[in-house]
Design a protein. Structure first.
Length: 97
């Protein structure tokens, strides 16, 4: 299903981005294997302090700005959600998916 505002689909989400996100998470969740659609907050793997670190990592790693309206938990709830968020931000910035 395409995002109405950007036209980005879940299929456009890079497996390379997901691998990079999983690698980042693994370094902070003590090696626990994280599934792509696992709810990071409900599982207890991510707390509010780590969520801030995640946002900063996304900004640095992908060169995208995370604005106040982007801070919805759904954008950072899972590996897939983060990768889709990054794809949307890159598409809006003209950087492609």
């Amino acid at each position: 299903m395409a995002d109405v505002t950007t036209g980005v689909t879940a299929d456009a989400t890079s497996e390379e981005d997901k691998a990079l996100i999983r690698e980042f998470l693994a370094g902070h969740v003590h090696g626990v294997e994280v599934e792509d659609d696992e709810d990071l907050f409900a599982s207890g793997l991510v707390n509010s302090l780590f969520a801030v670190q995640m946002v900063m990592w996304v900004e640095r790693t992908y060169g995208v700005a995370v604005a106040g309206e982007d801070l919805a938990l759904d954008n950072f709830r899972s590996v897939t959600a983060i990768a889709e968020f990054v794809a949307r931000k890159k598409a809006l910035a003209g950087g492609g998916a």
